[in-house]
Ligand binder design. Structure first.
Ligand SMILES: CC(C)(COP(=O)(O)OP(=O)(O)OC[C@H]1O[C@@H](n2cnc3c(N)ncnc32)[C@H](O)[C@@H]1OP(=O)(O)O)[C@@H](O)C(=O)NCCC(=O)NCCS
Length: 189
């Protein structure tokens, strides 16, 4: 039965293995993570989850409730939320991955998902959320942050550019079938 599934969906099977390895490496790199004082930004908890899921569903074509829930529990320290007068108005979730360089093992992070409540967009919350979380990435010796963004998602591309990210390359089929997106990166060290 398992073998039949592997033959029928080799891509999905490989993706699951690669996600599993990514999660194991990510959890290892998260050991001894230092949290700093952040302005209006904190890490997620179970009580915040319904609001985070609502903001995710509102912000994207595809709901990723299962993935977001799993991620918020496993990588809570790097799953940030931003508040406005005690109301959650957005979130930004990262994962960590190891990178081998001639200087040794480096820590990199990837933005897994970011969204701001529709009512609060274009008011600087996305920028603030990135700014505060990036400060914490620096303290924890993360050498670079990367992400993929659809080339037609102007608000997001502008947000990343204004926050210090640069386009590294343009790729297809990463943000969705036949969709073109930019890989963007912010080098911290
Ligand atoms: C992308 C997103 C997170 C931006 O958050 P935000 O809080 O609205 O962004 P900010 O207000 O901090 O804006 C930062 C910069 O982005 C740009 N920007 C934001 N919204 C914009 C819009 N609607 N049109 C053009 N530029 C926009 C501006 O350049 C702005 O800088 P400025 O204020 O100096 O002009 C938000 O639009 C969102 O949640 N979108 C849906 C989910 C999504 O697409 N996530 C990204 C996936 S890769």
């Amino acid at each position: 039965m398992g073998l039949i599934n592997i033959r029928a969906k080799p891509d999905a099977y490989l993706r699951n293995i690669s996600n599993l390895l990514r999660d194991i490496a990510g959890a290892y790199l998260l050991k001894d993570w230092k949290q700093i004082e952040k302005e209006n930004v904190e890490t997620s908890n179970d009580i915040m989850l319904p609001e985070i899921l609502r903001i995710q569903a509102e912000g994207f074509k595809y709901e990723r409730q299962g993935e977001i829930t799993k991620h918020s529990k496993k990588f809570r320290e790097i799953f940030y939320v931003i508040k406005n007068q005690d109301k959650i108005v957005g979130y930004c979730a990262y994962y960590l991955k190891p990178m081998l360089s001639f200087k040794g093992l480096k820590k990199k992070s990837v933005i897994f998902s970011i969204a701001i409540d529709k009512e609060f967009r274009h008011k600087g919350f996305g920028r603030k959320l990135l700014e505060e979380s990036i400060k914490e990435m620096k303290v924890n010796n993360v050498s670079a942050i990367s992400l993929y963004v659809n080339i037609n998602n102007t608000p997001a591309v502008k947000l990343y550019e204004k926050s210090g990210f640069l386009v590294v390359k343009e790729v297809e089929n990463v943000c969705g079938k036949k969709e073109r997106c930019y890989k963007m990166e912010f080098k911290l060290f």
